[in-house]
Design a protein around this ligand. Structure first.
Ligand code: ADP
Ligand code: MG
Length: 278
């Protein structure tokens, strides 16, 4: 083990080797086309371990497509993705919390079943969970404040509660990189706050988090770096570098307005959200 650490290679999962000298996530020249139309064009960036990054951009900007590429579910037409220097697909250190509208909530599973799905990668398919797996699942639910609802059907929960269960599943997976597609969309202010409290706990565990959101003000306030996306990366960095009128205009093609309020500047626009959700 020490020898492996010395050369910078650690077997942190049984599925894919990690080269710890490499960034947790690196994309190089990623392009995706659907029926000839570009959804992502020459996307290159790297994430540092433990940072919290928001992706903002209008509907159809390619946010969900980007998550699908990073998680290994969609093969890009060009470019490469590396997770600690290795291709995605065989990593169990990545957890994907999908956009709520992409999940069939009528599926008859209860909360602890959903969380236990996060252990499948560690367990291997068709193996019974052991005591340790149940403990991890329970602790994960506790951390998101959902352990009292562990026997509830997932479809009976509120949006914020469902989102917390999906985060618990990612925790049970012991993910190091968490991809969250619009986790805050459609949640009331209190539920959003409870998601941020969980994200703060994950920061203490050095979990790297990539979140797409429609709320530019929240993105500017609560994230370490911001990516402004519209098929291409229009800007990537701190809020004052990225949320300039020029770059916002470029990303939202005039749909965005900057207004002055007593509380400071606010961005208005991008009025809607995908797939009929608010
Ligand atoms: P966002 O999540 O930012 O709203 P998406 O990644 O869902 O954007 O979509 C980006 C573009 O790619 C859109 O024009 C969308 O219609 C198209 N697209 C996404 N997925 C598919 C698919 N499976 N087949 C064809 N076109 C797709
Ligand atoms: Mg989307």
């Amino acid at each position: 083990m020490e020898e492996l650490q010395r050369v910078g290679v650690l077997y942190t999962s049984k599925h894919a080797k990690h080269d710890m000298s490499q960034p947790i996530l690196a994309l190089k020249d990623i392009s995706v086309r659907f029926n000839g139309a570009p959804a992502l064009d020459k996307i290159s960036f790297e994430l540092n371990r433990g940072e919290r990054v928001a992706i903002v951009g209008p509907n159809g900007a390619g946010k969900s497509t980007l998550f699908n590429v990073i998680s290994g579910m969609l093969h890009p037409n060009r470019g490469r993705v590396d997770i600690y220097g290795r291709k995605p697909g065989r990593h169990i250190c990545i957890a994907y919390v999908p956009q709520r509208s992409q999940v069939d909530w009528r599926f008859p599973v209860n909360v602890s079943d959903v969380v236990m799905m996060g252990r499948v990668g560690k367990l291997g398919l068709f193996k019974w969970p052991k005591r340790k797996d149940w403990e991890v699942a329970h602790q994960s639910l506790e951390l998101v404040g959902m352990d009292h609802l562990s026997k509830r059907q997932i479809g009976e929960l509120s949006g914020g509660q469902q989102q917390r269960v999906f985060i618990a599943r990612a925790l049970a997976q012991e993910a190091e990189l968490m991809l969250m597609d619009e986790p805050l969309t459609g949640l009331d202010a209190q539920s959003q706050e409870s998601i941020f409290e969980i994200l703060d706990k994950l920061r203490r565990r050095d979990v790297t988090i990539l979140v797409s959101t429609h709320d530019l003000n929240q993105a500017a306030e609560r994230f370490d770096r911001l990516m402004l996306l519209n098929r291409q990366i229009i800007g990537f960095g701190q809020a004052d570098e990225v949320f300039t009128p020029e770059l916002l205009n470029q990303a939202y093609s005039g749909q965005m307005r900057l207004i002055e309020t007593p509380a400071g500047a606010m961005f208005l626009g991008d009025t809607c959200c995908s797939h009929g959700e608010r």
